[in-house]
Design a protein around this ligand. Structure first.
Ligand code: NZQ
Ligand code: ZN
Length: 391
């Protein structure tokens, strides 16, 4: 067995009004000046930004504001933010939002600490040697970036979406008030539900041996996430359901769900999806709902047993391996459908040409230089086939 890592240095405050602790958290870290970073409109409209700046003003904490992060966050805005941080001597970034805002903040934090162009860390040209401090006020349960080692940025000019994973970028604190997610549109709740489940599913498909406790936690988390996602859609003011979803988003992506497993998981679905959102700007969770069944049907032809184990852990499916495997994949599609997620590219309004399919696979294989996946290693041709299965 190999050694797996579990590193969660993030101070989590969870529950109603958790965001009101923001000034105390920043004071404890002896922060000099903060960039308050946020998205389009939701955090301003809800009054959250005003609430936070009032709290900072009351404690005399200096800050600058920069909003405008779009879903699938762009490196261009992170560069602009970095210029501001350099000019104003900002040493800490407070992300107020979901995965896109947090990831944009992580790119800025790398830039503050390491200098130069932050895209270097996403293109692979440089490896970060550290990061400025990051704090999070979470408004959306989905990406799990509030406790993850990961960030994903889009370079519009190059048409690429790329990730960077290091322990440096893990948030110093995450303030999680489930009530802040009451204002989410149903579509975002659905996308979030799929993404949270997929972070555990990807880890379930590791390449070697695992341990029973992690499989059992995985089954329970995936089942609970779909149940609570549905409850949030049914009753947008269901505190318990939003709270379960929010905590699941962190637990699914902070490393817990890979502990004791031989590898960190498969991750091919995420790699395939990142190219879709890089090229077509589709929401990450919706993209995953299209990718997973296609990937599963391709991969399970040779390796159905682990799919049957997933079906047993999540849905209690018994029986002969091949039919349990088919039932499992079908059951996930039913759940995606019940969340109004697209099940094909066409349903998402995307009809790629043959050229574009080849381009997706080319980009996903880093221009024919890498393979993806651990449970089943995929080459560029396999990627093309799977993209075709999504049409
Ligand atoms: O921009 P505003 O107006 O704030 O609206 C946002 C945005 O349009 C809205 N929203 C957020 N909180 C809200 C709200 N609307 C109403 N009420 C609230 N409380 O939701 C929309 C989507 O936000 P976004 O941050 O893009 O969603 P999500 O959290 O799903 O993040 C997606 C990004 O995270 C990356 C994805 O690739 C994608 O770019 N991921 C990051 C990971 C990580 N860093 O560990 C892992 C994931 O696998 C994922 O790849
Ligand atoms: Zn994801």
């Amino acid at each position: 067995m190999s050694i797996s890592e579990y590193y969660t240095p993030t101070h989590v405050l969870f529950g109603q009004d958790a965001e009101t602790k923001v000034a105390e958290e920043l004071e404890a870290l002896k922060v000099k000046k903060v960039l308050v970073h946020f998205g389009g409109k939701s955090a301003v409209r809800s009054g959250l930004i005003k609430k936070i700046t009032d709290l900072l003003d009351a404690k005399g904490i200096k800050y600058e504001l920069l909003g405008g992060v779009k879903p699938n966050p762009r490196i261009e805005l992170a560069r602009e933010a970095l210029e501001l941080c350099r000019r104003k001597n900002i040493d800490f970034v407070l992300a107020v939002g979901g995965g896109s805002v947090i990831d944009s903040a992580k790119a800025i934090c790398y830039g503050i600490y390491n200098g130069g162009d932050p895209w270097d860390f996403y293109s692979g040209a440089r490896v970060p040697k550290g990061s400025a401090g990051l704090g999070v006020v979470l408004t959306l349960a989905a990406a799990g970036s509030e406790m993850s080692d990961s960030s994903v940025l889009t370079n519009e000019e190059l048409g690429l979406k790329r990730g960077c994973n290091t322990n440096y970028c893990r948030a110093k604190f995450a303030l999680m008030n489930p009530e802040l997610t009451y204002t989410l549109p149903p579509y975002q709740i659905s996308c979030g539900t799929v993404d949270i489940a997929m972070h555990t599913i990807e880890r379930f498909f590791h390449a070697g041996k695992g341990i029973g406790i992690t499989d059992a936690l995985a089954g329970s988390l995936i089942r609970t996430v779909f149940e609570k996602g549905a409850s949030c859609l049914e009753n947008p003011l269901d505190y318990e359901a939003h709270a379960s979803l929010m905590w699941a988003s962190s637990l699914s992506h902070n490393g817990l769900m890979a502990l004791g497993n031989d590898t960190k998981g498969d991750w091919a679905c995420h790699q395939l999806e990142h190219e879709l959102s890089g090229m077509f700007d589709i929401a990450h969770g919706a993209g995953l709902a299209i990718v997973f069944p296609a990937w599963a049907r391709f991969v399970s032809k040779e390796k159905p047993a682990r799919f049957a184990e997933l079906g047993k852990a999540v849905f209690g499916i018994d029986g002969e391996t091949e039919s349990a495997c088919d039932k499992t994949i079908g059951k996930f599609q039913e759940l995606f459908r019940s969340l109004d997620m697209p099940l094909s590219l066409k349903e998402a309004g995307i009809e790629p040409s043959e050229e574009q399919i080849k381009e997706l696979a080319k980009k996903c294989s880093f221009f024919s230089t890498r393979k993806i996946g651990n449970f089943r290693v995929l080459d560029e041709k396999d990627m093309e086939t799977i993209y075709r299965m999504m049409l």
